[in-house]
Write a protein that binds this ligand. Structure first.
Ligand SMILES: [Zn+2]
Length: 244
């Protein structure tokens, strides 16, 4: 048989949407058989915004306002809606994910986010301490609505591109490939599910944060009480304020 010069050149064919979906399902069931616990991301919308809550949408809006990202993110929207993000786990300051692509095995993605500065952490503590309602929310596992203010201001709490680094096992990752872009939206979907992931993402220990916030508040309340009268608030009264 005559040997052709071009035989050795690989052909990169983009798989169709159906093919990607099928591969993602095969990868997920193979991982399950190996005993790996995957946490897939399910986008709830078919067009427009990927996220459905204020927190998820604010996360996406933050990313989309950076010129470096804007042109690259769009492909991620399509990708996440195809169910290709077969796994996404948020750890302290780090996201680990797997995204189904052209190759049989899903690509591995890692995104790192710098911890929040001391000063910004303090802003959250102060904002939470402003109202008893915020503290109550924290104690009962609800993300305080009042924090929206801090997220939407100019120098908000979501990270800037200089605070984000990423890597993907595909050959095209350096300028944010579609796999990384899909994971970026996936993080927004996680915020839809539970905005407390924000603390995890920015390196804040949630339980410790809540303890410190409550202690600060109780201390300032006691200090105020001392000034106004001789009345002593004992521990049981303090706890009663928070409904215990
Ligand atoms: Zn990639």
């Amino acid at each position: 048989m005559r040997k052709k010069y071009w035989d050795d050149i690989p052909v990169y064919e983009q798989p169709s949407a159906e093919e990607l979906r099928r591969r993602a399902m095969v990868s997920a069931s193979a991982a399950k058989k190996r005993g790996q616990a995957l946490e897939p991301v399910e986008a709830k919308t078919e067009r427009g915004e990927v996220c459905t809550t204020w927190w998820g949408q604010a996360w996406c809006a933050n990313l989309e306002r950076y010129a470096d990202y804007a042109t690259r993110l769009d492909r991620g929207k399509r990708y996440i809606r195809l169910g290709t993000v077969v796994d996404l786990k948020i750890h302290k300051g780090r996201i680990e994910a797997r995204v189904q692509g052209t190759r049989r095995a899903p690509y591995k993605i890692e995104i790192r986010i710098s911890p929040l500065s001391e000063e910004k952490c303090q802003r959250i503590i102060d904002q939470c301490g402003k109202k008893i309602k915020n503290l109550e929310d924290l104690v009962y596992g609800r993300f305080p609505e009042d924090l929206k203010e801090l997220f939407s201001e100019e120098d908000g709490l979501f990270p800037k591109p200089t605070e984000i680094s990423f890597i993907c096992s595909c050959p095209d990752w350096a300028l944010m490939c579609k796999h990384v872009a899909a994971v970026m939206y996936g993080i927004g979907v996680r915020f839809d599910e539970n905005p407390f992931y924000f603390f995890e993402l920015r390196g804040i220990d949630v339980d410790r944060f809540i303890d410190v916030t409550l202690e600060n508040k109780v201390e300032s309340m006691l200090a105020n009480a001392d000034c106004k009268s001789d009345r002593i608030i004992d521990d049981s009264q303090t706890l009663a304020i928070f409904g215990f």
